[in-house]
Design a protein around this ligand. Structure first.
Ligand code: HEM
Ligand code: HEM
Length: 229
């Protein structure tokens, strides 16, 4: 009998699906000619909070959430790409190439969210730190906000292509474990299972992160919306 082992903790899974939905909603609200810009900004704060949470979780979460467990090195990438045919079981957590993509996605979304704080939409709405930096830096922020998203989209396409490749060619369903958290002992070693999801710690970090983002975009924000009315 094959047993099911817990690999992806619940906070990581909730993070993933919230992150995916938020990025898609940010894309949609940005494309509606300013109609949804307030909602866009609020979703942007949420995305910023999600990335901060995931970074902290990468240090204190369970094994497979930890950066130290999947930080790719040139050596691990070479091994993964060139010695694929080895008969060993698939890696329980992220593989080195996937890990590289994940770090890139987190970094790109962080840059996108931070640059958003400093720009306006040329109509009524502006990020909470609009006008607090020099004109040149503001230009750079605008450039980043208008262009980094194309890189985010490209990385999502690669992300989904890799998952489809695993599913169709390697006959490995990676999506189900990202929903249930579990992988079968048929595929991964018993020793790779995590004991539990560290839910209480995750709740504390989520609350602290939410408080920090609230402070950053509301309490400490020099630009208030009332300014325009
Ligand atoms: C419906 C669309 C999506 C599906 C089916 C999907 C599926 C997956 C799966 C299966 C994994 C685990 C990969 C592994 O086994 O190593 C994963 C990880 C990840 N995905 Fe997605 N994904 C989707 C959309 C997105 C989007 C839109 C983003 C945002 C840019 C995203 C960002 C990530 C990140 C950051 C991870 C790493 C999770 C972590 O370690 O915290 N995904 N995704
Ligand atoms: C990760 C989070 C975010 C994503 C993925 C995102 C994505 C986008 C995209 C794709 C556009 C359209 C750019 C274009 O027309 O070329 C846009 C525009 C905009 N975003 Fe964001 N955004 C994010 C966060 C934020 C935040 C936090 C704010 C402000 C608080 C913000 C404020 C704006 C504004 C004001 C515009 C309009 C810019 C213009 O019309 O020139 N965004 N965003």
């Amino acid at each position: 009998m094959h047993k099911k082992l817990l690999i992806w903790d619940l906070p990581l899974r909730l993070f993933h699906w919230a992150f995916a939905c938020t990025i898609l909603a940010l894309w949609y609200t940005a494309e509606q000619e300013g109609e949804f810009i307030e909602l866009h900004m609020q979703l942007g704060y949420f995305a910023l909070g999600l990335v901060i949470f995931r970074i902290i979780w990468g240090f204190v979460g369970p094994t497979h959430a930890k950066f130290s467990s999947f930080m790719p090195s040139p050596k691990s990438l070479y091994h993964y790409l060139c010695k694929q045919s080895s008969p060993s079981k698939p890696i329980a957590g992220h593989n080195p190439l996937g890990a590289l993509m994940i770090l890139l996605m987190l970094l790109l979304v962080l840059v996108q969210a931070i640059s958003g704080l400093f720009i306006d939409d040329d109509i009524f709405s502006s990020g909470p730190y609009y006008g607090t930096i020099s004109k040149e830096t503001e230009k750079l922020m605008r450039f980043l906000h208008h262009n980094v998203f194309d890189l985010i989209l490209a990385s999502i396409v690669l992300h989904l292509s890799a998952i489809t490749y695993y599913w169709q060619v390697k006959k490995l369903n990676l999506v189900k474990p990202m929903i249930t958290g579990k992988k079968s002992t048929k595929l991964v070693d018993k020793s790779t299972a995590i004991a539990h999801s560290k839910i209480v710690l995750a709740i504390i970090i989520a609350l602290l992160t939410a408080a920090f983002v609230y402070w950053l975009v509301i309490i400490n924000a020099p630009v208030s919306d009332d300014f325009y009315y």
